[in-house]
Each structure stands twice: as structure tokens, then as C-alpha cells.
Design a protein around this ligand. Structure first.
Ligand code: ADP
Ligand code: MG
Length: 383
């Protein structure tokens, strides 16, 4: 959890004096639509109430000093260190944002930045993007440089891809920047058009339990690359621009044209998952939140059996949540560990979370961390 009851309240102890402002960007979860992004398909993330805050003060010289409460470290860098690889470790995410902005012609100046966060690191909730998006907002405003919102996701992607060296896509930072409170963001990954879809849990007496299973992401990079390669090969075999172009109505014909069982199952996951996103959006548009439960559970089964990206911890968390009364549950994120979502009655949160804790204890797993996912507002300025 954040160390400061007041966002940025610890700035003075590190830098002396007061910050010029405080900016934030949230973590996110994907409600449904997994591995569909690189198939030109559909995703449906929402922003969490958990967020990273950045209290910042402008400097007149091109020098950046950043302190993170979570790492309890202060790192400084200047213009000479804006080449990829010069700053390493957690501060590379910050240097990467300065690098991306300046190489794209946004001449942001120096700053002192005090970073705090209650987004769990490395749990698949995009703490890295939360920090980058908040830093970007701070740097733009501190230097009075107009960085159009529509360009921000790409800039953050360049920070991660080119500076940090992490081969991440465009969705997570889009969610952190563009999501609105009480909504999920329906994104079409072909043209990156979006629609804010009402997602009112509390009004329906519902809650979305997020469970960080704290299972290690073993082999996730290699397996991710294999899944992408299989999808690309299937696309070529089927002669379509992307698997998104196979609708549910053409699935049987497509499967019959594929060479082996593994490829067939991978393609079936992508095609059915895209349809599940569309079905979920259709239900949310008319306020039928409870009815999305079976779609969440079907998504999990598809990830487990067809895409084969789940691990024992997430499977057991999902099964336990369903047995304890959840309307639906699924792993969220790229897989091989990470978080599980369970749609539950608001007054059943403790029962379901307790059942998952008990199941983990009896299986000898590390204890999970559970919280309620509240669809929240994307990045902005606090003070
Ligand atoms: P995720 O983004 O899913 O949480 P990543 O591995 O992409 O996982 O990013 C986590 C990394 O981001 C951390 O190991 C750390 O280097 C950096 N990071 C994120 N938030 C902070 C923070 N508040 N302070 C310092 N480093 C952070
Ligand atoms: Mg990340």
C-alpha cells in the first residue's frame, strides 16, 4: 500500500519544499479478451482504484531526480543518460518516458519526481504503465508542453519497448490513460478505436474480486512468443489478414483447414474469445452485469484447455470462487500466473476470498492477496 496518506506528502522529506503538482495513473485489469490483441481482436479493460502518484517540481536544468517510496531509492540522470541502456532497474521506466518524449520532439525539461503507488508490482496489474503514464503527465504539465492524450499510449509504449527493452503492446497504457470511472473500455485492436461501456457493479449489488495468486510467471515470455507464432502461421494457412477475420460462424470451416490439433485449439480460443468480448459488451450496454458471469468462466476454460496458459494456482482460484458462489471467474492477463477475477455478490466478497485462501493453504500455495476491483478514472492531475 501507499506509504503516504496524502499523495505526494513525502515529497518535502526527500527534496525539501513543496511540489508544483501531483499526477496519477491507475493500474488496470482486463475484464475479458485475452491474447486477442495481437490477433487484431477485441479487449475490455478497466482502470483500478489502485494508482501510482507522482509529486513533481520543475527544475531549470535538464536533470531528472526520481525517488520511489516502494524501492526507497533516489536515482538521478541527465541528458547524457537518455540513451537506452544508460539507466537500468526501476528508474529506467522513468528515464524511458523522458527519452520517448524528447525523441518525439516534446522538449520536456528537468524535474524532481516523488513516486508512490498502491498498484502491486509484477502482479499483472500494469504497475509499470501506471508509473510511466503518471510520470508522462507530470513531465508534460511541469514543462507546459502539450502532449495530446491520443499520442500518450504510443509514447509510453516506446519507453517500454525501446528504453526498458520490454516487448509490451499498447493496451495497458491505453487503459491507464483512457478509462473512465464506472466504465470498461471496449477496444478494437485493429484500429484502436474505443467505446466506454457502462460497468456499474455497486449499483447492482455486485463486486469484482481481484485475486493476486502470487504464482510465478515461469516461461511466460517463451510461451507467449510460441502462441503468437502459432497464430501467425494459422493466419497464413487460412489466408486471412488476422484471426480476427474469422467470425464464430466460420470457425468450423477454419478448424477443418488447419493442420494439427494444437493449432486448432489455439485458433478456437482466439475466435471464441473475440465473440465472448462482443457478447460481454452487448450485455453491459443493457446493464445485464450478472449475466456476464458464464462468459468469464467460459473464457477461463478456453485459456486453460485450448490456449493452455493457466497454472494450478489460477485454476484452483477460479474453481474455488465458482464453488463459493461466484457468477463467473477467470484468469486475467497474459497467463502463467497473475490475477484472477471473480464476479460475486457484494456481500459474498469475504466468503469467496476466504474460500480461496483456504484452498491455497491446503494446497501449500503462497497466500493470495485479494481486493475489490472498482472501475475507476484514467490518468489525471490531483493537485
Ligand atoms: P507489472 O507492470 O505487471 O506490475 P512489470 O514487470 O511490467 O509488472 O513492471 C514492474 C516493474 O515496474 C517493477 O519491477 C519496477 O521496476 C517498476 N515499477 C513499477 N511501479 C514502481 C514504483 N512505484 N516504484 C518503483 N518501480 C516501479
Ligand atoms: Mg508492466
Amino acid at each position: 500500500m501507499s506509504a503516504d496518506p496524502v499523495p505526494g506528502g513525502g515529497f518535502a522529506a526527500v527534496f525539501g519544499g513543496a511540489p508544483d503538482g501531483v499526477w496519477y495513473a491507475p493500474g488496470r485489469v482486463n475484464l475479458i479478451g485475452e491474447h486477442t490483441d495481437y490477433n487484431d481482436g477485441f479487449v475490455l479493460p478497466f482502470a483500478l482504484a489502485q494508482r501510482t502518484t507522482v509529486a513533481g517540481r520543475r527544475l531549470d536544468s535538464p536533470q531528472w531526480t526520481v525517488h520511489s517510496v516502494l524501492t526507497d531509492e533516489t536515482v538521478s540522470f541527465g541528458v547524457d543518460e537518455l540513451a537506452p541502456g544508460a539507466v537500468t532497474g526501476w528508474a529506467a521506466y522513468v528515464a524511458g518516458v523522458v527519452y520517448a518524449l524528447r525523441t518525439d520532439g516534446f522538449e520536456v525539461g528537468g524535474a524532481e519526481l516523488y513516486v508512490d503507488s498502491d498498484v502491486p508490482l509484477g502482479a499483472g496489474l500494469s504497475s509499470s504503465h501506471a508509473m510511466e503514464c503518471a510520470v508522462l503527465g507530470a513531465l508534460a504539465d511541469l514543462s507546459a508542453v502539450d502532449v495530446p492524450v491520443a499520442r500518450r499510449p504510443r509514447l509510453v509504449q516506446r519507453a517500454e519497448n525501446e528504453y526498458v527493452g520490454a516487448p509490451t503492446g499498447i493496451l495497458d497504457q491505453s487503459a491507464s490513460i483512457l478509462c473512465q470511472a464506472g466504465h470498461a473500455l471496449f477496444l478494437d485492436c485493429r484500429d484502436m478505436t474505443g467505446e466506454q461501456v457502462p460497468f456499474d457493479l455497486a449499483g447492482d449489488g455486485l463486486a469484482l474480486l481481484v485475486v493476486d495468486t502470487r504464482s510465478p510467471h515461469r516461461h511466460s515470455d517463451g510461451e507467449y512468443a510460441k502462441r503468437r507464432a502459432t497464430c501467425e502461421a494459422a493466419t497464413a494457412t487460412l489466408g486471412v489478414p488476422a484471426l480476427r477475420d474469422i467470425g464464430q460462424d466460420r470457425l468450423d470451416d477454419a478448424l477443418a483447414a488447419l493442420p494439427d490439433d494444437v493449432t486448432r485449439r489455439r485458433v478456437r480460443h482466439i475466435v471464441t474469445e473475440n465473440q465472448r468480448v462482443l457478447d460481454t459488451v452487448a450485455l453491459l450496454r443493457v446493464g445485464e452485469v450478472r449475466a456476464i458471469g458464464p462468459l468469464l468462466t467460459a473464457s477461463h476454460a478456453s485459456m486453460r484447455d485450448d490456449y493452455e496458459i493457466t497454472v494450478a494456482q489460477v485454476d484452483i482460484a477460479v474453481e474455488t470462487a465458482l464453488r463459493a458462489g461466484a457468477y463467473g471467474a477467470r484468469m486475467t492477463g497474459g497467463g502463467f500466473g497473475g490475477c484472477v477475477l471473480a464476479l460475486v455478490d457484494a456481500d459474498a466478497v469475504d466468503t469467496v476470498a476466504g474460500a480461496i485462501r483456504d484452498a491455497f493453504a491446503s494446497n501449500g500455495f503462497d497466500q493470495p492477496v485479494a481486493f475489490i476491483g472498482v472501475p475507476s478514472q484514467g490518468a489525471g492531475r490531483l493537485a
